[in-house]
Design a protein around this ligand. Structure first.
Ligand code: ADP
Ligand code: MG
Length: 360
């Protein structure tokens, strides 16, 4: 007894206890500094055939990231034509037959698709599936179709065939040959879903990238702007190593880019990319390499980036003004046109680009 008592108060013992307390203190400090109130948390997951990259600030950020990733998967389950039980697959399977009851968010998205299709004169057309599945960009069967096949399916791309009833949350395609493909809207819609999820989680702020679409929520803790890289459209297509050609500095909003580099193949020395002109059935060839659109909604920015790519810079100006959107057009010869409201917010960091003052 006396021996153990002596041991307990011995100097080595006191030193050891002090050392232990210091170690515990350091561990607690390390742990709390990795989860403080306004910590930045990064998370990457996979959905919609691409990466979902989140950066969130605030409390319970790991749970918030998990909830947001789930919101993207749920959206994909509703709008992917490839998922058997999705709203879109059911509408496609019942084309020419019945109205289908769908989730109210799907109905809202389809309504927005119709609006952009109308405003863009069909440059963006959600009924592109007969053509997009024929080309199958990025799929196992991607190939240059016979012109005769393209001409056969071309009449079955027409957004006027889609009917949406947002009061009763239902939709239908009038004729059986028509089918929906929301590939040009899905990633932007995913950014909307993530931002709504952040709001529900109560995080302070965050930024998410789903493939070529980006969504921001709130303001950064230090009140500085969000910095978003503008993809170098030539990186995939050539030997260029720069991933980005510049940056966009924004206080908020959503950004989507459509580029010829995203999905393409070469045949007979010619490049065929995945943005199709619904009027010809062929990939758009108007000298553009990419279009980046900034506006206040994710799905809208995604639809507009596709529509503006199809229309070309001049023809896009009224459409952009209608939706209070801004854009960066990058041509294949590296000329760049930036709409006025965005000029002070773009910084071109790569070499070889020429900034255009006007479109004339
Ligand atoms: P990404 O898929 O890289 O985000 P887009 O947003 O431009 O690029 O979407 C391109 C996809 O949208 C294509 O893979 C195809 O599924 C579909 N698509 C192609 N052309 C059009 C078009 N004119 N209108 C609507 N959807 C289109
Ligand atoms: Mg798009």
């Amino acid at each position: 007894m006396t021996k153990s008592k002596r041991l307990f108060f011995s100097w080595p013992h006191i030193l050891l206890t002090a050392l232990l307390l210091v170690i515990i203190g350091v561990i607690v400090w390390l742990f709390s500094s990795s989860h403080p109130q306004n910590d930045v948390y990064e998370n990457t997951s996979l959905a919609m055939g691409t990466y979902v990259q989140q950066t969130i600030y605030g409390n319970n950020v790991d749970q918030a990231a998990e909830d947001a990733a789930q919101a993207v998967s749920d959206l994909e389950d509703r709008i992917s034509w490839r998922k058997e039980d999705s709203d879109v697959a059911k509408i496609n399977a019942n084309a020419g037959k019945d109205w289908i009851t769908i989730d109210s968010q799907t109905a809202g998205l389809l309504e927005q698709c119709l609006d952009v299709a109308r405003q863009s004169g069909g440059a963006f057309d959600p009924t592109i599936l007969p053509l997009s599945s024929l080309w199958d960009f990025g799929g196992e069967n991607q190939h240059l179709p016979e012109d005769q096949e393209i001409q056969r399916f071309l009449p079955y791309v027409d957004y006027e065939n889609l009917r949406v009833d947002t009061e009763n949350d239902s939709a239908s395609l009038k004729n059986s040959m028509y089918a929906l493909d929301l590939g040009a809207a899905g990633k932007g819609a995913a950014c909307d879903a993530v931002v709504a999820s952040y709001e529900a989680s109560g995080v302070s702020c965050g930024i998410v990238a789903v493939g070529g679409s980006v969504g921001t929520y709130g303001q950064k803790p230090d009140r500085s702007d969000w910095t978003i890289a503008i993809r170098n459209p030539f990186q995939n297509l050539s030997e260029e190593s720069n991933v980005s050609m510049g940056t966009l500095s924004l206080s908020g909003g959503f950004v989507s880019t459509s580029g010829m580099y995203e999905k393409y193949f070469e045949e007979g020395g010619k490049l065929y990319h995945h943005i199709l002109d619904p009027k010809t059935g062929y990939p758009v060839e108007n000298g553009l390499a990419s279009v980046t659109v900034v506006c206040d909604q994710g799905a809208l920015s995604d639809m507009l980036s596709t529509a503006c790519f199809v229309l070309g810079a001049e023809e896009s100006q009224d459409l952009l003004a209608h939706y209070h959107a801004q854009a960066v057009f990058i041509y294949q010869d590296k000329r760049v046109f930036i709409t006025e409201g965005l000029r002070s917010r773009v910084s071109i960091t790569a070499e070889g680009y020429t900034l255009l003052d006007s479109l004339s």
